[in-house]
Design a protein around this ligand. Sequence first.
Ligand code: 5AD
Ligand code: SF4
Length: 476
Amino acid sequence: MLMHSAKRLHISTIGCQMNVYDANQIAGVLAPLGYTGSDAIDSADLVIVNTCTIREKAEQKAFSFLGRLAKIKTANPSLIVAVGGCVAQQEGEAILKRMPHVDLVFGTHAIFRLPDMIRRIETTRCRLVDVRLSDTIEFDSPVAGPLTDGQVSAFVTIMRGCDNHCTYCVVPHVRGREASRHPDRIIEEIRLRVDQGVREVILLGQNVNSYGNKEGLCTFTELLERVNGIADLERIRFTTSHPKDLSEDLIRAFGHLEKLCRHIHLPVQSGDDEILKRMNRRYTRDGYLEKIARLRAHCPDVAITSDFIVGFPGETDRQFQSTLDLIAAVRYDGLFAFMYSDRPQAPAAAFSGKISEVVKKERLQALLDLQERITLEKHQAMVGRIGQVLVEGPSRGIEAAGSENAAAPIRWTGRLPSNHIVHFSVPGSGPERKEVLTGTVADIIIEGAYAHSLWGRLTHRGMGAAAEKGENSIVS
Ligand code: 5AD
Ligand code: SF4
């Protein structure tokens, strides 16, 4: 077996969960070359910038970070600088031309070719570009890169790319055609994660509802059923769903799959039919509301979140008002909202009727204000209830919320099945309980409601469960 001296790899990730997952894969495929993760950029041997181009701001962030690396490379000329992710896919060779300190540009489908390319750069100091896209997933074996200490939840990609062509979106151009992984490989990867101590998996895809369709594998609901059968896995989440493809099967799954968290992220983008049409979303406001009603009929406590774009080209005040009305009607548990920004490769970049930055900002603020009121009301309605929190670990940087909790030496954080974040105290706890609580499901009584989180306390029943886990972990 070849021995490698330890080399330091620093990965900087901007963007969505898919990029976070890819960063983990990158760390996994480069480990056999002797690279281990490092937080320090200055002393790294290889820096990888994992970029995002979904909105203009993300792309600017990537370029400004890359710009700063020039200085670090001057101080350390043997440093290898690699650019991956969506900006790399979009810009390719242009990055090498524009930035002489960059050694490698690799696209979203090139991760498994990275080890070869890095080896070549190490030995010949050449500069390389690989932005080939393919229609199928060539390398499907599970990699499962390193976890952080006590990591409770892990992403697992089930598919990549998107065939939908929403007119504002760059994803089909930078992530390629939709392709699904084989269910057996997905199950293998989840088992690996569970063996490593993970309690929850978040299945990732641009449009999980069309999983397996093209390849004739199995449906997404069938995949969920298989994942639900994995021993020692506590919770399953997934993202993202396209409303047009949300099937009756999946809606029903929320009612009967016990490990599936009662939360769905169902991006609607706009509440106006004309805008939805020009976005090429292929559903109507009423069709969307009907799906929400069916979800709630099967699973009354399902939490629903969404994405919105404000200021899409041509959006009138009246059309924006339809979006606000939809938010008030659905009463989301949370949402993400973005000001529309042109993506040069996406069709809407050529649409007329561009909205000014000032109006976009006003609309964004109005939308966020409305949702904040709804979130707070919904949070307040949870006070006094007991919820099952999957504990992620001690919470950091939390202000003492409520004087009666201020005396507690440590505060914890975790999530309800609805994905609500709960910070909580444990009467009489100290740092030594870290291993005991992290990764357990604790019964927490909700005592405080804030705009962005909930505050609670471990109940007696919850302490029993945690103690049991503690005994088990000592014995093993
Ligand atoms: N401008 C603004 N927001 C966008 N999104 C995608 N493309 C754009 C764009 N060009 C938002 C959508 C999507 C989320 C991931 O990013 O709301 O659901
Ligand atoms: Fe983009 Fe639409 Fe595909 Fe989502 S569904 S990734 S918004 S093209």
